[in-house]
Design a protein around this ligand. Structure first.
Ligand code: GLA
Length: 375
């Protein structure tokens, strides 16, 4: 009796495992996540993870740069396409596209003259954007291989970890960073960032996804409507470093306090929008700060964040060099970014909210992009 019971249990266990996990040559499926080999960088294995939620929405994310390579969902007619710009092959990412879908750090956005003073020391960073340092330097968090783990394969959630060594790209302190991506069942793509350090250091982590809600980059984003809950923005000099002023958006092309088409006033902003908006929220709780919508696809994307700023960038430097999933070249204004962040150049701007993380503190921010469709 016991013997038959034991054998039955083994057969049931084998059946359970084969239903819940499938393996082929280079991919493994466990519950809500599929993992496939995607290549190798710096002698480390790179994977592409596919996260699927209960509605069949799919996000693909790689541990190379923590890059979201696509987020596919239906439009109002049920046609599926990715609203996030990206490529199907790792090789294209190795040609250094402008941060498509990537995690950006140790300091997202610019640090003026590529240097800052902390305590008694002046730290020098890579000069990689005019006279400034942009997005963490020459080899920022977008170009490294992160350690990936799947704590619970029944959930479409992926954990990435990266240890940025003391002195890496000129920044002080060993910074241990964890980012958790979750595709929720209410079609939210949530990004949870934590970090700790052993020396004081500036930290400003963000994700650099480019969106086009039509899912087809032969359309620009100029007809998308945008509302940003920001009465002020930080004006910049000619090298895109904030002047330090916090300026009202009233009466200017930067007024997105009520929804308007992005193309309406863009011609009066030399070069297009590439500015940090000072969000109206008064504390670091998770709040809705922006809503992007497109009437053709019916898609709407809401941005929730704990952060004080949002860099709104209209793909001004896209020049057709790269081709999106949909086969179309990525030309100027074919995609936009809403990078939640602290303000650019904060380490040199004592009046801006501080970005300095101290040993013993934990950096923790959350941003969620929520997608819905209107008929
Ligand atoms: C950010 C910057 C832009 C540009 C892009 C990448 O959004 O603010 O100026 O550098 O990244 O091309």
């Amino acid at each position: 009796m016991t013997k038959w019971f034991g054998a039955g249990l083994i057969i049931a266990a084998i059946a359970f495992i084969s239903c819940n996990s499938a393996q082929n040559e280079n991919s493994t499926t466990m519950g809500a996540i599929t993992k496939k080999d995607w290549g190798e960088v710096d002698g480390k294995q790179v994977y592409l993870y596919t996260l699927t939620n209960k509605n069949g929405d799919v996000a693909t994310i790689s541990n190379y740069g923590g890059t979201i390579t696509s987020w596919t969902s239906p439009d109002k007619n049920g046609n599926k396409s990715s609203i996030i710009i990206g490529f199907d092959s790792l090789n294209t990412y190795l040609q250094h596209p402008p941060y498509f879908g990537a995690l950006v750090g140790r300091y997202g956005n610019r640090i003026g003259k590529a240097q800052f003073k902390l305590g008694d020391s002046v730290y020098h960073l890579a000069v990689n954007n005019g006279p400034n340092s942009l997005h963490g330097g020459l080899k920022g968090f977008d170009k490294v291989v992160w350690e990936a783990s799947v704590p619970d394969s029944t959930q479409p959630s992926l954990t990435l970890n990266y240890l940025s060594k003391d002195g890496e790209e000129g920044y002080p302190g060993n910074l241990n960073v964890t980012v958790v991506y979750t595709l929720s069942d209410d079609n939210g793509l949530k990004i949870d960032y934590t970090a700790t350090t052993d020396k004081p250091t500036p930290v400003n982590l963000t994700n650099h996804s480019y969106f086009n809600l039509t899912g087809n980059v032969s359309n620009t984003i100029l007809d998308h409507s945008l509302q940003i809950d920001a009465d002020n923005y930080t004006p910049v000099d000619t090298t895109l470093i904030p002047t330090g002023e916090i300026k009202t958006v009233k009466g200017s092309p930067f007024d997105f306090t009520t929804a308007k088409k992005i193309g309406r006033d863009i011609a009066s902003v030399p070069g297009g929008y590439d500015h940090n908006f000072v969000l109206n929220k008064k504390d670091s709780s998770l709040q809705k700060v922006a809503t992007l919508s497109d009437s053709v696809s019916g898609r709407q994307l809401e941005v929730y964040t704990t952060q004080p700023g949002l860099q709104f960038y209209t793909g001004n430097f896209l020049d057709g060099k790269f081709t999106n999933h949909d086969g179309h070249p990525l030309n100027i204004h074919t995609a936009l970014c809403m990078e939640t962040q602290h303000f650019p150049d904060s380490p040199n701007k004592p009046d801006f909210p501080s970005t300095i993380l101290q040993p013993g503190q934990t950096y923790h921010t959350v941003t969620e992009y929520k997608l819905s469709v209107k008929e």
